[in-house]
Write a protein that binds this ligand. Sequence first.
Ligand code: FNR
Length: 181
Amino acid sequence: MTAPRIGIIVGSLRAGSFNRQLGHAVRTLAGERFAFEDIDIGDLPLYDQDDDADFPAAGLRFKQQVEICDALLFITPEYNRSIPGVLKNAIDIGSRPGGSNSFAGKRAAVIGTSPGAHGTVSAQQHLRNVLAAVDVAVLPQPEIAIQYREGQIDADGAITDERLRKRLQLFLDRFGGWLAA
Ligand code: FNR
């Protein structure tokens, strides 16, 4: 069976992003089971409905990357109890122009990490609402909101925290089973 093609969308543009590190760790843990690819959102312009008739090139590239994936993995920080604006902007772009929603019918999973005690729970709930609006079905459980701690993941992407490794392994097993069903 071919490995499902999973587009990873990270909701942080920061070079040292903990969420990007988490993405690296998930890829490392999953091995060959999924064909992961990064879908960059850093070069997207702010969405402007006036540009719908002449859609920006970066937006078209983003839409095409979403469309060719079998499923998506969103890995997001929490900003002010919600998702970062850059991630919402990317979803708005992918859902437009009207009648050309690149997310329609996709499946996805949502995870995230932050140093805060609740580790992105609020952001993930908001993201689930937004994804429902663009016709994306999201893996219901397990919810993976991780309180970031230094040393959980090493520079090679190996998860050194045994409990976290088990949680992420369970998440990958459930995600894979759900996509195959
Ligand atoms: C934050 N941070 C944060 N953390 C959290 O757990 N809940 C929150 O509501 C917020 N709010 C928030 C707003 C803004 C504007 C910033 C810049 C940061 C802290 C955030 O989790 C932390 O900066 C993470 O390191 C961001 O994720 P990346 O960039 O490391 O992936």
